[in-house]
Write a protein that binds this ligand. Structure first.
Ligand code: ZN
Length: 338
């Protein structure tokens, strides 16, 4: 499985990046794959070739504003012992602090401040689960609530998200009213960054909880989420994009540890009683069952229901089907470097 790590490089590559933009522009205009055609620009041919290949083939890449220096595997040396990556053609050494068990480096892309290092890491052997951890993502006030019906344990995660969303929504509204549209965009980006960090923490907790107890993970198969990025079929309007992001993070973190992820039919998971299966009364955060008398936190009840439902879609299969659409198995990790 492929992971991309982000490492600060502390070098000024502005001249090389300007040349890279020129080459990308040339590729878009002339559709050439021959590095001889761009020799006059003066970027190392091993990098020029990568840029030509990317921008000549990709019809969507009309915009060449964010061109990076792309170095293929054959231009990269590394030492696991010294934790050092070397790119001879740029005379660049990078120390890395991310996991050291990667099998190979596929590619490195270098921008103004960071190097994006794409590595292949081994996946964990899939465990045979002892029951499931049910994860309810459509919760009131939390990013997710996870429940294990075998132990009765409930974990509520990401309480800050709701507060963050409200705060930034207000800020955006004010900025919009004042016509400060650039700041609206900045606010949106800042919020997305915070939510992303939260999703990383929440998904990590969920996957570790499952790993520790030897369970698999069950999520609701939420239709419409897949298309959230394109803006179509917005069934879960609030934060639907973030649900999807959390799902992807759970999937890949689980795969690394061999924890199976499966999906269940979401129909009335929040209304059914997890004890007797009949429809109960949900109001706000509490759930009461008039049939068996069961009383529970509404999200806890929902997460138990999810954990107990039969499997509807297997995670990894679904992931393969969606791979082209969503690049479900990659993610950027932040790495602090010295
Ligand atoms: Zn009941």
């Amino acid at each position: 499985m492929i992971l991309t790590y982000k490492v600060r490089h502390d070098r000024d590559f502005s001249i090389e990046l300007a040349k890279a933009r020129q080459i990308a522009q040339f590729a878009v205009e002339h559709r050439t794959l021959s590095s001889k055609d761009v020799k006059h620009i003066g970027l190392k041919s091993i990098i020029a070739n990568q840029i030509l290949r990317k921008y000549t083939h990709d019809r969507k890449s009309r915009s060449v504003t964010k061109v990076k220096l792309s170095i293929p595997a054959q231009g990269i040396r590394f030492s696991h012992e010294k934790r050092e990556i070397t790119i001879p053609c740029l005379k660049l050494n990078l120390d890395y602090y991310f996991r050291n068990d990667f099998e190979k480096i596929n590619r490195i892309e270098i921008g103004r401040t960071y190097a994006f290092i794409s590595v292949t890491v081994p996946e964990g052997a899939i465990i045979e689960p002892r029951g499931y951890l049910g994860v309810d993502r459509n919760t009131t006030g939390h990013i997710a609530v996870a429940g294990n019906p075998l132990t009765g344990k409930i974990i509520k995660l990401g309480k800050k998200a709701d507060h963050t969303h409200k705060k930034y929504k207000n800020t955006r509204k004010n900025q919009q009213r004042k016509g400060k549209y650039r700041m609206v965009k900045q606010t949106k980006n800042r919020e997305q960054k915070i939510v992303r960090d939260l999703n990383h923490k929440v998904s990590k907790k969920i996957v570790h909880e499952a790993k520790q107890n030897g369970t698999g993970i069950k999520l609701e198969y939420l239709h419409g989420i897949r298309d959230a990025r394109s803006g179509r079929d917005f069934r879960y309007s609030l934060n639907s994009w973030n649900f999807y992001q959390l799902q992807q993070m759970i999937e890949y973190k689980a795969r690394l540890l061999g924890v199976p992820v499966v999906y269940v039919d979401p129909y009335s998971t929040s209304k059914e009683c997890s004890r007797c299966g009949l429809i109960g009364n949900r109001s706000g955060k509490s759930f009461k069952c008039p049939n068996c008398g069961h009383v529970d936190h509404a999200d806890a009840n929902a997460s138990f229901n999810i954990a107990l439902r039969p499997v509807f879609v297997k995670g990894i299969d679904r992931l393969h089907a969606d791979r082209d659409a969503c690049k479900g198995n990659t993610d950027i990790h932040k790495e602090a470097t010295l």
